[in-house]
Design a protein. Structure first.
Length: 401
């Protein structure tokens, strides 16, 4: 049976690792090929800086105009972010995939409800997927089951709320600091299990699972019922005694502890109720802590910092793709797109032990744009190192000047 082709385009190695391996296999240090590789990386980094400046201006303009789809810069911001995600080898999560994730059983102990009607816009992009398994313990350790699930290496979330906050709206933050709520939210997360994706969205509500509700309220209901039966019996006896005293009842009621038993039963009832309420609040606090801990440790960045980090990731992905495509064409000679793709994917697997779907078409398009490769029919040929370096220096001078 032929194994399924991987759909993850990200190269499972850092840029430094790819450069080191490329120098060892295809571009020895000090050679013209090595200098060309370094110039290529530097030029792509310069282009990434220009892209970052553009996105920051669009983000500031969108937030300044209210942060919603009615902002004049909204369309340009969403389009620029979508292009950035493609450069960084992210893919957008479809509505059907998101709904399937929401309906699957969460791995965490937190049950979360999401009001999808509260959002006027939502775009979620993810990169990298790894299959994992975990043993879920339930019913006080009596039940164990193994669950297989996917973990996303990176998740970028763009959301916009329907209702704009008032101009003078403020939320008290840590230490009493004034925080102004905004409609537009940008977040970047790491290591997110697909069944727990709903916890990444703002405006969510924590809910207790039915098993936790049963643990809290069933014992309390039984205890309250027993205490209430004693109190009601005592109250019935006291009412009968009062009726006997005022002549409404001829038979003397049987003594049952009187007011003392009523008071004792009432205090018992109050204590049980307070105990159940305290246990309920404690369990809710555990839910909130589990939720906040997950977000704290798995959040990489927020707002402008989120897309600036993705810009850096996009630069690394583009640099790795371009370096590998040019180095392999230079070292192994002219090749077709398919042959080059297979050769590079095989090399990546040998180096990392992992499979990836190398975007050879994207890599070759970048080389053609920078004058580092040319196509004749179905065959691609790398530009010679000296000519390639001269062209890259000229582009650098034009971009920097």
């Amino acid at each position: 049976m032929t194994p399924a082709r991987p759909t993850d385009h990200s190269i499972p190695a850092t840029l430094d690792e790819v450069l080191r391996w490329t120098e060892a296999d295809h571009a020895r240090p000090g050679t013209p090929a090595a200098k060309t590789v370094r110039l290529l990386v530097a030029l792509l980094r310069l282009e990434a800086g220009t892209r970052a400046d553009t996105l920051k201006r669009l983000h500031e303009a969108t937030v300044g105009a209210g942060g919603g789809p009615e902002s004049p810069a909204w369309g340009a911001l969403v389009a620029a972010l979508g292009e950035l995600m493609q450069r960084a080898n992210y893919r957008e999560i479809s509505g059907a995939e998101l709904q399937e994730a929401f309906e699957s059983q969460a791995l965490s102990a937190v049950r979360i409800e999401v009001d999808m009607e509260a959002f006027s816009a939502m775009h979620i992009h993810a990169r990298g997927k790894e299959r994992r398994s975990e043993v879920i313990v339930s019913l006080f350790g009596l039940r164990r089951r193994r669950v297989d699930f996917d973990v996303l290496d990176r998740v970028f979330v763009l959301t916009c709320m329907n209702d704009a906050p008032a101009q003078d709206a403020r939320v008290k933050g840590h230490g009493g600091a004034d925080i102004r709520p905004v409609r537009l939210n940008l977040k970047l997360f790491r290591g997110i299990p697909v069944p727990d994706m709903e916890m990444l969205l703002p405006n969510t509500r924590l809910r207790m699972r039915r098993i936790d509700q049963a643990v809290v309220f069933v014992p309390a209901a039984i205890s309250i019922g027993l205490a209430a039966s004693k109190v009601l019996f005592s109250i019935t006896a006291i009412i009968g005694l009062v009726k006997f005293w005022i002549g409404l009842q001829q038979e003397h009621p049987v003594a049952s502890g009187g007011w003392g038993l009523v008071a004792a039963g009432s205090f018992t009832l109050l204590g049980i109720t307070m105990g159940a309420w305290t246990k309920y609040q404690k369990r809710r606090l555990e839910y909130a802590n589990a939720h906040s801990n997950t977000l704290y440790f798995q959040t990489l960045d927020s707002e402008a910092g989120a897309f600036l980090r993705v810009i850096d990731e996009a630069f690394e992905e583009e640099a790795k793709e371009s370096v590998l495509a040019w180095a392999f064409l230079h070292a192994h000679g002219p090749a077709s797109e398919r042959a080059l793709d297979e050769r590079i994917e095989r090399w990546i697997h040998e180096r990392t032990g992992r499979h990836c779907d190398f975007e050879v078409d994207d890599a070759l398009a970048k080389l053609a744009r920078l004058g580092l490769a040319a196509r004749a029919g179905e065959t691609w040929t790398a530009t010679a190192p000296d000519a390639a370096a001269a062209g890259l220096r000229a582009r650098w001078d034009a971009a920097a000047g």
